[in-house]
Design a protein around this ligand. Sequence first.
Ligand code: BGC
Length: 382
Amino acid sequence: MSLIPTISEISGKVGPGQLKKLARYSREVLKAGQAESGAIIACPNFEVYRYSWLRDGSFCAYALSLAGDGAQAAAFYRWVGRVVGRYEQKVESAILRHRAGEKLTDADFLNTRYTLDGAEEKGHDWWNFQLDGYGTWLWALSRHLELFPDEQLKAELQRPVEIVVRYLAAFWQLPNYDCWEENREGVHPATLAALYGGLKAAAFLYPQSLICREGRKQSSAILAFVKTNGLNQDSLVKTVGLNEVDSSLLGAAMPYSLFPRRGKIIRTTIARIEQELVSPQGGVYRYRRDVYYGGGEWLLLTAWLGWYYAGVGRREEARNCLNWVAQQADLSGNLPEQVAPNLLAPAHLPIWEERWGKSASPLCWSHAMYLILYTALYGPLD
Ligand code: BGC
């Protein structure tokens, strides 16, 4: 799997031609990051990210659909379908044991990431019990099928979608790791937003089925739960019970539409993100207490904020986000996970570098979000 460096002018000042080149390059990075199986690697150059995450991969597949690469995107959805089929017994047994009142361990749940062959990895102890990626997969699949109607793919994936819907229906109320793979003991509204978006999308895709009934029922229950437990003075919180904000809550607006994009709750949450989590230079942090790699500004979150701005017609701010992300590219056009000039917790950077080496680059998810924002602003690549 080799990446093809095609641009050298990206860093520094960026004009429209370079923004487009970076969008094209991002598409190449995503295609190069796809294994024959259909899995999409999180980052080819960072040992612990040489796996496929449902969360990262689904955004990458969505970006590929937007870029016109429907076959590649479909291969990812099918790959996840096979993975879910492979671990179906695990799901059935977890649901039965949970209903019988047994306490499950993290190993009883589906993983958050898999080897590129679609197996649970052995050897690393990962923070595997995370639910949001399964919601993201459902959501992205439905968007793909809107862009590329395909009855065969839809029929093929009905069974895995049903398994995922039953799995999420059974477990969404349990505390599980947030999308940053932290805080195992909490219930996280950003995770619930992804599940809401995914369950609604699945219900829409397969009307008159168990998927539809469960999808509708559970998404309504999730919304009611968040309204009661996930807000502090009209602002969504990072974790139920804590008055803290996290940029992953952007997902509640775009793309999962947990609340109306222009409504009070989203406006208040975005205002808090802008106040607390955007650096003076315009990069977006995950949350104030972040220490991972010193707590840098994340490219994918900056593009995500831009995606929201584009969605509510704040185009100039959306363009600023796109520009900021483009300015972080290295000479080949590679986009890292995060950048370090304005760290929240600088003392922690060397600790992580010692443990895992330099921060991941190119991060496929960063490229995906760049491409998504680029398309939202300037339309599909020609
Ligand atoms: C992030 C996850 C991400 C993973 C792979 C982790 O550091 O917290 O959100 O899925 O990297 O990119």
